[in-house]
Ligand binder design. Structure first.
Ligand code: PNS
Length: 166
């Protein structure tokens, strides 16, 4: 494998959590360039639009000069090739993540053997955290300030405020 010059951290990021941010920060400390790839999935109805997700991630990673945020649709391996990346980095929270991640990384390896996938264990404090959990807590008025970047907490509060938006 060639030395990693550009690593890709992919996800739906609806919205980005502190768990995602931890993985992005650690990846940015290991490799020269990191691209956060935000999936546009027409089959799903996200709480945040693609533009909102990209903007929120951009704010959350603004302290990391070697990180860029892009969006993609279709296959992850095509996106990684398009941006000239050679490594996919993902976080693993628990054994329950393992099966699907194994399936995805083997599928990606079959389609693009030149691209490696690397997993990082999430910090213990974020091992329970998911975007869905955060949305559920926010929807019912729970405190999410320790779980997501501040801009995301504010945006979620706005989304789920009683002004009838959702
Ligand atoms: O944050 P998520 O939803 O767990 O991220 C999943 C993601 C975006 C990494 C995954 O769904 C993905 O890679 N989608 C692109 C479609 C694709 O490449 N599928 C084939 C191999 S999994």
């Amino acid at each position: 494998m060639n030395p990693v010059t550009r690593a890709v951290c992919p996800g739906s990021f609806d919205p980005i959590t502190n768990g995602h941010l931890d993985i992005i920060e650690r990846t940015a400390g290991l490799f020269p360039e990191v691209i956060v790839g935000v999936l546009e999935n027409p089959g799903k109805k996200p709480v945040f639009t693609l533009g909102e997700r990209v903007e929120l991630i951009g704010k959350a990673v603004s302290h990391l000069p070697n990180v860029q945020v892009h969006c993609f649709r279709g296959l992850l391996v095509d996106f990684v090739s398009k941006v000239k990346g050679n490594l996919i980095v993902k976080g693993l929270r628990a054994i329950s993540d393992f099966e699907i991640e194994l399936q995805m990384s083997l599928s990606n390896k079959k389609m693009a053997p030149e691209i490696e996938t690397m997993f990082m264990m999430t910090k213990n404090e974020y091992s329970f955290l998911s975007s869905s959990m955060v949305k559920e807590i926010a929807q019912f008025g729970g405190d999410i300030r320790d779980l997501v970047p501040i801009e995301v907490a504010t945006a979620l509060k706005k989304k789920f405020s009683t002004n009838g938006e959702r």
